[in-house]
Ligand binder design. Structure first.
Ligand code: 5AD
Ligand code: SF4
Length: 321
């Protein structure tokens, strides 16, 4: 009986993935867009329960990239065909508006044909505006869960769901292309929460959606919580593709960490973006959001693309339409 149910679930998902692929190919063909990830700071003043970079983790290795290191990552990425740079970091007040705006402005000047994406957590509206004016085009801020009570279980009390939503709305009002996203299989997540995720995305209509499985980190309060599953992550990817046909949807590093061919099957379930890591070798192993985070070369990722039957394109990869 259980087996039969499992089987029908698999067949059901196979059909779901086929539909998601068809919709993805209708808008993006076989194209896979690359976003070069530059992890500029592992300092974080926030304390999310799930994350290895949380402020209370005394064991986390902390570093900051210098502006020169950041530009050197951009240059190397550019030479390998990358036309979107994602500057991501913990919530680190060292990277204040003045320092960040100078960095963004220089990238905008030196690589005018590239998109600049920021992923620096919650900041004030004035800060988001200043960085937009300096030349940033896109902002990623995962909402982590669309359920307010669940949000309070994943975060300490100083972090607030309403504030996160306000940030997302500010970013959109300012004119950024906005990406949000959630953890699949985070502690306490229910089927009902997943339905709420889809309802939230349907209403908010972000241009990008980053989802990945929750993966435990040994030095966090969720060290012993089970990881999110591959099957559920793929199912959510496919459902998001059907819901938001134009969305840029990455097959994330967490998916690749969970399963060896996670990225390839992610692409086959509706994802159209990969985010190779451009961070320098000296820092790559220090940006530990979760245990065993994968370090894949651009070449490995290109192999995943070929295996999926897709092709990498050189370009900013703006959303269709
Ligand atoms: N497992 C999976 N993803 C995580 N992130 C942080 N910690 C974890 C974890 N333990 C994700 C969050 C955050 C992004 C930068 O990394 O969703 O928004
Ligand atoms: Fe900091 Fe982001 Fe980790 Fe939260 S998820 S602790 S904000 S780096």
């Amino acid at each position: 009986m259980i087996e039969a149910e499992g089987m029908s679930h698999m067949i059901h998902n196979k059909e779901l993935f086929r539909q998601a692929r068809a919709v993805r190919e209708q808008f993006y063909g076989k194209a896979v867009f690359l976003r070069g990830l530059i992890e500029l700071s592992s300092y974080c003043e926030s304390n999310c329960f799930y994350c290895g970079l949380r402020k209370s983790n005394q064991h986390a290795a902390r570093y900051r990239l210098t502006p020169e290191e950041i530009f050197s990552c951009c240059g190397q990425g550019y030479d390998s065909g990358i036309r979107t740079f994602v500057l991501q970091g913990g919530e680190d007040s060292y990277f204040n508006d003045d320092r960040m705006a100078k960095i963004v402005n220089e990238i905008r000047t030196r690589w005018p044909d590239c998109a600049i994406t920021l992923s620096l957590g919650e900041r004030s509206r004035a800060s988001y505006q200043a960085l937009f004016d300096a030349g940033a085009d896109r902002y990623l801020l995962r909402h982590e869960t669309a359920n307010k009570a669940h949000y309070a279980k994943l975060h300490p009390s100083e972090l607030c769901f309403d504030k996160r939503m306000e940030c997302l709305h500010d970013l959109r009002d300012i004119g950024y292309q906005v990406g949000c996203g959630f953890l699949v299989g985070s502690p306490g997540q229910t089927q009902e929460h997943l339905e709420q995720e889809l309802a939230f995305l349907r209403d908010f209509r972000p241009q990008m959606v980053g989802i990945g499985p929750f993966l435990p980190h040994k030095d966090t309060p969720f060290a012993h919580a089970p990881a999110g599953s591959l099957a559920l992550t793929l199912e959510m990817l496919a459902k998001i593709r059907l819901l938001l046909p134009h969305a840029n949807l990455p097959a994330t590093t967490a998916l690749g960490t969970l399963s060896e061919n996670g990225r390839t099957i992610g692409l086959q379930a509706g994802a159209n973006v990969l985010m190779p890591n451009l961070s320098p070798d000296r820092t790559k192993s220090k940006y530990q959001l979760y245990d065993n985070k994968l370090h894949e070369s651009l070449q490995d990722l290109c192999e995943a693309v070929a295996l999926a039957g897709y092709e990498v394109v050189i370009g900013r990869g703006d959303p269709y339409g």
